[in-house]
Design a protein around this ligand. Structure first.
Ligand SMILES: [Zn+2]
Length: 160
């Protein structure tokens, strides 16, 4: 699949993305009244960047790959967690795409389990959460590269 060599190669534009994260051990996260328990496995986070310059897709993805930051969004608590590996991000450069549509399309093809209310505070589409576990054992990074590559998403990995 097509690949970018780091977030700086992303144009100053809007778009959506999916983060591929792996929990390497069991842990819990509490944010205000909410609590989630994570088991080892692959997770996908569906997000969007709906602005330009500081709110662009480039800056958003760059932020996700940074481990030193002040936690603001739910996802920040994962990308800064010692039991989480951020393997890669897939980018959808269609500015009209939404994270909710991306999640709906993916969940038609693949078995997932949604982590309730994670990352979906501003969701208007009743997704139930924007972070999902991949529940089928055959779904690995290679499978995901092929799946999103066929759909012409771009891949981006850390530190390249
Ligand atoms: Zn949603």
């Amino acid at each position: 699949m097509s690949q970018l060599n780091g977030p700086d190669e992303i144009a100053d534009q809007r778009g959506t993305y999916i983060l591929v994260l792996e929990a390497i051990e069991k842990f819990q996260i509490r944010i205000k009244q909410l609590k989630w328990t994570f088991q080892p496995g692959l997770l996908l986070y569906f997000g969007s960047a709906k602005g330009l310059t500081s709110n662009s897709l480039r800056n958003r993805v760059k932020r996700h790959f940074t481990t030193k930051k002040k936690n603001f969004w739910h996802i920040d608590y994962l990308t800064t967690h010692s039991a989480i590996v951020l393997h890669r991000a897939y980018l959808n450069l269609d500015e009209r795409s939404t994270e909710c549509q991306n999640l709906a399309a993916f969940s038609k093809d693949v078995e997932i389990a949604i982590l309730s209310n994670f990352g979906s505070s501003d969701c208007k589409n009743k997704c139930g959460g924007h972070l999902v576990y991949l529940t089928s054992k055959y779904l690995n990074l290679k499978w995901l590269d092929d799946y999103f590559g066929e759909r012409e998403w771009l891949k981006i990995t850390e530190g390249t």
